[in-house]
Design a protein around this ligand. Structure first.
Ligand code: SDX
Length: 429
């Protein structure tokens, strides 16, 4: 880009605003001075064209289907790394050396236990509570057990301590919320197990029998967590940054991120995909009927797991997850008809002009639920799995926002309501 400034003409006046560029040939017009210079604000519902920050954590090229964490391609990380190492990379910016990785892993293992009083809070939830509501409440409750986390002027050491603490405890809280739903006794973390095996053990081991962790399950889960770990300024991450910009604690910010992720247009889509596939299976696998419904503007039905705000090409994560799904089901000897239905839907949609013209492709949620099902994870826990994966991304983005001392997030608006009018007392109305 050879121009330093963008020009905006309003009436017969021309205003200049700086053009800023990133390391991947992306450019933005810095409109920080727009209102003071022109009296105008901008409107961009859903922030489809609006950048909220400059970030060095994750790069996405939606047209080319590229996703990189701190410069490393997602498929290379999924093949060669592990979730805890990727978490370190996202949060601290570099792949850890062996010594740093071992200290990181040991520190996290040491904090997997949660305060016994968390069980009493859990007991207060009705058994049919959605686990995402339980998870966000329990994460928020951690401020009660770690009140120092509320101090907005905490040192970076104390912030790093909280980061390790919540990375360690979220799997325990998630597994315990699942066990409580089934009115089963909670299972305590076993520090000799790796991150994913420990989670699976806390989810599924039973007092009456030895639970044997299937390494295929643990490895598939580790890859899924890597693939969900960060995704630049998506809805839930943007929420974490905005809440954190008020100098709210990490626990309060992550709890808000969990609630934003819960929505079916965002992380809740992985639950929606499986519910959709099961519905199609029950409806004689009538894919064509559901493709037609998803295209009908008078029908609220959407093809869950399809479409993306940024990817106008294949979501690179969907490609990787599709392969993992086939591998896991084959290795486990599972023949799940919903995988065939998903593949049929994808094949039909990718030839249909409605989807092609709108550049709607399978996203990260389209195949992930098929793997969670094969791992015996219940559908209502699917979005909790997304939250477990996205946690390091939320933490990295929160830390970057605070280290950059970014201002409190407070958008402007255009008022369209009643203009000034006098109050009329009740007897005269
Ligand atoms: C995630 O941002 C991220 O990075 C998110 C995420 C992450 O890692 O954090 O990648 C995770 O949230 C993935 C998305 C999961 N959601 C779903 O799968 C729900 C189904 N998808 C849609 O709701 C939708 O595609 C969104 C929400 C994902 C994106 O919506 P946009 O960018 O606001 O686009 P839009 O709704 O304006 O859609 C553009 C057009 C519209 O048609 P027209 O008005 O042009 O006629 O495409 C249509 C939409 O009706 N459309 C769909 C569709 N998605 C968009 N039509 C049918 N089925 C769909 N799934």
């Amino acid at each position: 880009m050879n121009k330093k400034n963008a020009e905006l003409k309003i009436g017969d006046k021309v205003y200049e605003f700086p053009i800023i560029g990133g390391t991947e040939s992306e450019y933005a017009i810095d409109i920080s001075s727009l209102r003071s210079k022109t009296g105008f604000v901008t409107i961009d519902k859903g922030f489809k064209n609006t950048g909220s920050t400059e970030s060095g954590i994750t790069f996405i090229d939606g047209e080319k289907g590229i996703l990189r964490y701190r410069g490393y391609d997602i498929d290379e990380l999924a093949q060669k790394s592990n979730f805890l190492e990727v978490a370190y990379l996202l949060i601290y910016g570099e792949l850890p050396k062996t010594e740093d990785y071992n200290v990181w892993k040991d520190n996290i293992v040491k904090h997997t236990l949660v305060h016994e009083d968390v069980k009493s809070i859990l007991d207060g939830f009705p058994s049919n509570s959605h686990p995402m509501g339980v998870l966000s409440s329990l994460v928020s409750s951690l401020t009660a057990f770690y009140p120092k986390s509320l101090d907005p002027n905490r040192s970076s050491d104390e912030i790093n301590g909280t980061i390790k603490r919540i990375l360690a405890k979220l799997p325990t809280i998630a597994a315990w919320s699942y066990r409580k739903r089934l009115r089963l006794p909670v299972v305590y973390p076993k520090n000799e197990l790796d991150y994913c095996s420990n989670f699976l053990n806390m989810m599924f081991s039973m007092p009456s029998e030895d639970y044997e962790i299937n390494p295929i399950h643990a490895e598939a889960l580790d890859k899924l967590l890597i693939l969900h770990a960060d995704h630049e300024q998506n809805c839930s991450t943007a929420t974490v940054r905005v809440v954190g910009s008020s100098h709210a604690s990490i626990y309060a910010s992550v709890s808000a991120g969990i609630n934003a992720l819960w929505g079916p247009k965002h992380g809740g889509a992985n639950q929606g995909v499986i519910e959709m596939l099961e519905m199609i299976k029950e409806d004689n696998c009538d894919y064509k009927k559901y493709i037609a419904k998803s295209k009908d503007k008078n029908d609220d039905f959407r093809l869950m797991g399809f479409g993306h705000r940024v990817y106008k090409n294949f979501d690179p994560r969907a490609k990787i997850i599709k392969n993992i799904a086939s591998d896991v089901l084959n290795s486990l000897g599972v023949n799940d008809p919903v995988l065939d239905i998903a593949q049929e839907l994808e094949a039909i949609a990718l030839k249909d002009d409605y989807f092609v013209s709108r550049k709607l492709y399978p996203n990260v949620d389209f195949y992930s639920g098929i793997i969670y099902k094969a791992l015996n994870i219940p559908v209502q826990m699917f979005t909790v799995m997304f939250a477990l994966g996205r946690l390091p991304g939320w933490l990295a983005q929160w830390k970057e926002m605070r280290e950059n001392n970014e201002p409190i997030g407070r958008p402007r608006q255009i008022y369209t309501g009643a203009t000034k009018r006098e109050f009329v007392s009740l007897r005269n109305r």
